[in-house]
Design a protein around this ligand. Structure first.
Ligand SMILES: [Mg+2]
Length: 197
């Protein structure tokens, strides 16, 4: 069941929202009448989606939305009055995943929630993929650097100490095993002149 936190300072609208959501099969796990409580509830309950009115006492819905999305806590649907057109623009800029104009219609609410959840999933997935890609690239680069270092150390052992390539490699490997250090570290010590056969 999709879990929802609702934040709306007008009690009647909040009640209406909660009832509508329950009738549509959503699980309303938390209700708040201001932005700070909404943020606390979302952090504590990790709902699938937070529905936030913009104009609330204390932290407003847009600020709470930025915070929630910034911390990757949940999808967000913004509620805004029809007269507040500029707030709709701001909601978009805040990275709100979807918004609903009040007075809301049941037929607007459900698609907005589903769209927000789908967009949040895409967003989180893209971010995870990007960071995994960066990690792999960094590890590939580190491996390449180590290989270059090993080649240079091997060359040094061959040129300066007259070792055959296979012996140079064996020297590096056993120095690494005995010293419990990486091949890269051992290679660096050979290049620094600290380690000799
Ligand atoms: Mg309000």
């Amino acid at each position: 069941m999709t879990t929802v936190v609702v934040a709306e300072d007008e009690a009647l609208i909040r009640l209406d929202l909660v009832e509508t959501l329950a009738e549509e099969g959503y699980d309303v796990v938390g209700e708040a009448a201001d932005g700070d409580s909404a943020l606390e509830l979302v952090r504590a309950l990790s709902p699938d989606v937070a529905i936030l009115d913009i104009k609330m006492p204390g932290t407003d819905g847009l600020t709470a939305a930025r915070q929630i999305i910034g911390e990757r806590l949940s999808a967000v649907v913004i509620l805004t009055a029809f007269s507040q057109r500029e707030l709709i623009e701001q909601a978009r800029d805040a990275g709100a995943m979807a918004y609903v104009v009040k007075p809301f219609e049941r037929n607007d609410l459900v698609p907005a929630i589903e769209m927000a959840i789908a967009r949040f999933a895409d967003f989180a997935f893209a971010e995870a993929a990007a960071s995994e890609h960066a990690e792999r690239a960094a590890s590939a680069e580190a491996k390449l650097e180590e290989r270059k270092l090993l080649d240079r150390a091997k060359g040094r052992l061959m040129d300066t100490h007259g070792l055959a390539e296979a012996d140079a490699f064996r020297f590096l490997r056993s120095a690494a095993m005995n010293g419990r250090s990486s091949m890269g570290e051992v290679a660096q010590r050979v290049l620094d002149g600290e380690l000799k056969p």
